[in-house]
Design a protein. Structure first.
Length: 669
């Protein structure tokens, strides 16, 4: 159950929870090495941990927050090896850090052997750059080698971290001078936040314990999500002390690539000293003040790309798409506060490079030059943002204030090769706009399945010898259109696109032939022209011709010709009766296929695929087959109604998808 604790609650709980009540149930830290070895032994073997290769015996964190907001994190962790595979996983300990906002020292590092023997290990880590791609902001990692472990052995490590872990836009600031202590103070000076998780990917956790001490004038508000976490609050001298713990947390495993983010499933506590989201909104506006002043070159470009456009919608779209298409996505260190400040518009205009916040900042600068009121916004793509105003963002967008007082969200990062200015993959997504007045946490509207549609219109002719020749016309909208454009325009050089079309037609039957001159499409990078793909093909020996002359075949569009994990993730979900976790499909979507097949002269249909209708709150399927004269008409529409499918809704989605995938088994005769 969500809990909100503020100053009054802290004082009240501190008075009510006398020693010997709730506090007595709190697992104490091990008193000595013998107690620590006993904890390792009590964690059990692989059979006692659901077959896991490692188990987290304990992970304890004590955080002390100073007046400035600077925090000290004392971390104590013990991980036990349960198998040879676990030994390989623990061959090195990796500690990620950001030299611009935190520093880590290793205070203790040793092996606790199965017989209770403790062996100290060298505490001098190797300092290396983290693997990076697309964004190169100087993140680093410490690596500590571990001697080969035997099942039953454990690794103990104690570290102290000074500083903060930045969450703004999934980034890290650049490295300042080594003696600049101000880099350890969080950008929202005087405040503290954290998102504490109680799970471990792939390993059960016997105990996760978290304590935070804050000055009495910095009360924390917190919420517990995704399950129970024990907690209590006390007042100790000049500090509030908040304690949270959970025992025996199962290993977290992703059931599928479409699984929800772990932060939406696994137990967590979200806490912050920031009073509310409007305060965060005002700070985000202030920290980026002065970044969006246009120069003459930008004003000239705005005039050029909006020339002849008469409506606000057209002018806004032209500017958004210029920023989307002309600013390449590549992040390098460009200045102070790399993770949370937007760079000056003239810098991005000159360099033509940046990450999401730079694309958004470019659009803001140009839109302001065109006379619009626009502000930056923080959002979280792919997961919830909880109501406690801790930083829970990984993406930057912008918001245009329209004449009627409403906000129009724009995202130059996600609408490359799309007619949209706000991606339909970003429906039902939390965001906070940075304004001088301060805005609350908001949620984007949901999209309809019809907004993200794949449409196939097919005509074909089948001959008495079983040969088939036909034409496919493919159109799309929303996320489906963008993905098709990206698959073809970004994913493949022009000389390789023929193979893409051949693979598509090969899903109908082996031996499909597509002639290059038989494929037609307009400029895939021209987002203003609707997408239309036309493919002419032939398949020798497509149908089964019996000795009695009867022809048997599945209608070509009975199969899903347009599949893939991004275009149709619902077609590749696990075939399970029930799911423990929800699924994130990003958008509601619809596939609509209509086909007309001309039959050989003198033939009549003696068996049609059965009509089918499924309609539930999560998905819908309609199948219709009709024969008139020498023509067969076949329609097949599959609709997924939700972007997030909860476990309770899984049977409805599974029923519709399975019935759709089984359609090729019901043949025309």
């Amino acid at each position: 159950m969500p809990r909100l604790a503020q100053l009054a609650a802290a004082v009240l709980l501190g008075a009510l929870l006398a020693p010997g009540r709730e506090a007595a149930q709190e697992p104490p830290p091990p008193a000595d090495d013998a107690a620590l070895s006993a904890l390792v032994a009590a964690a059990g073997d692989r059979a006692a941990n659901d077959g896991a290769d490692t188990v987290v015996v304990m992970r304890r964190t004590v955080v002390t927050v100073e007046e400035s907001g600077l925090a000290w994190f004392d971390n104590h962790e013990v991980v036990k090896c349960l198998s040879e595979k676990g030994a390989a996983a623990l061959a090195r300990i990796r500690l990620d850090y950001d030299p611009a906002s935190n520093a880590i020292t290793v205070d203790r590092f040793r092996v606790i052997q199965a017989d209770g023997t403790l062996r100290d290990l060298p505490r001098e880590p190797v300092d290396l750059p983290q693997p990076q791609g697309g964004i190169y902001w100087g993140a680093r990692m410490l690596q500590l080698p571990v001697p080969r472990l035997a099942p039953g052995d454990a690794v103990e490590i104690r570290t102290t971290m000074k500083g903060f872990l930045i969450a703004y836009l999934d980034g890290e600031p650049p490295t300042p001078a080594a003696d600049d202590e101000s880099r350890f103070i969080p950008p929202m000076r005087g405040h503290f936040y954290d998102v504490v998780t109680f799970h471990q990917d792939g390993a059960p956790v016997r105990l996760r314990h978290y304590t935070v001490r804050t000055p009495r004038d910095k009360p924390i508000q917190f919420e517990v999500h995704n399950g129970e976490v024990r907690s209590y609050v006390t007042v100790e001298g000049d500090h509030h002390v908040y304690r949270f713990w959970r025992q025996d947390v199962p290993a977290y495993t992703r059931e599928d690539r479409a699984s929800l983010s772990a932060s939406d499933v696994a137990p967590k506590v979200v806490l912050a000293t920031v009073p509310d989201w409007p305060a965060k909104s005002r700070w985000f506006c202030e920290v980026n003040a002065g970044q969006f002043d246009a120069d003459d070159a930008i004003r000239a470009k705005v005039a050029e790309i909006t020339r002849g456009l008469s409506t606000d919608d057209d002018r806004i779209a032209a500017i958004v798409h210029w920023a989307a298409d002309e600013i390449r996505y590549s992040g390098i260190t460009m200045g102070k506060g790399e993770g949370y400040t937007l760079h000056p518009g003239p810098m991005i205009f000159r360099d033509r490079s940046g990450v999401c916040k730079d694309k958004a900042g470019m659009a803001i600068t140009m839109l302001r030059a065109a006379g619009y009121t626009v502000h930056p916004a923080m959002t979280m793509a792919g997961a919830r943002v909880e109501r406690v105003p801790a930083d829970q963002f990984n993406h930057c967008v912008a918001a245009v204030l329209r004449e009627d007082g409403s906000w129009q969200l724009i995202d130059p990062t996600w609408v490359v090769l799309s007619p949209e200015t706000w991606s339909s993959r970003e429906g039902q997504q939390h965001y906070v706009i940075g304004t001088p007045e301060g805005e609350d946490l908001m949620l984007t509207p949901r999209f309809r399945a019809e907004d993200n549609a794949l449409r196939v219109r097919a005509t074909s002719r089948i001959e008495a010898d079983g040969d088939l020749a036909g034409t496919l016309v493919i159109t799309a909208s929303g996320a489906a259109e963008q993905q098709l454009r990206r698959d073809l325009a970004q994913g493949l050089p022009a000389r390789e696109r023929q193979a893409w079309f051949e693979e598509l037609v090969a899903r109908i039957a082996p031996g499909a032939e597509v002639e290059p001159v038989r494929v037609r499409y307009a400029d895939l990078r021209d987002w203003a022209r609707p997408l239309r793909l036309e493919i002419r093909y032939r398949i020798p020996g497509f149908a089964l011709v019996g000795s009695d002359g009867a022809i048997r075949f599945a209608p070509p569009t009975a199969r899903h010709l347009l599949a893939g994990p991004r275009l149709a993730p619902h077609l590749a979900l696990p075939d399970e009766d029930a799911l423990d976790q929800g699924l994130l499909l990003w958008v509601p979507r619809r596939t609509d296929m209509q086909e007309t097949i001309a039959l050989p002269r003198g033939y009549a249909v003696t068996h049609l695929p059965a009509d089918r209708t499924i309609d539930n709150p999560t998905a819908a399927l309609t199948v219709r087959a009709e024969a008139r004269g020498g023509t067969l008409r076949f329609t097949h529409a599959l609709t997924v109604k939700e972007r997030i499918v909860e476990p309770s809704a899984w049977p409805g989605l599974r029923e519709a998808v399975r019935a759709s995938l089984d359609l090729p088994q019901d043949l025309v005769v």
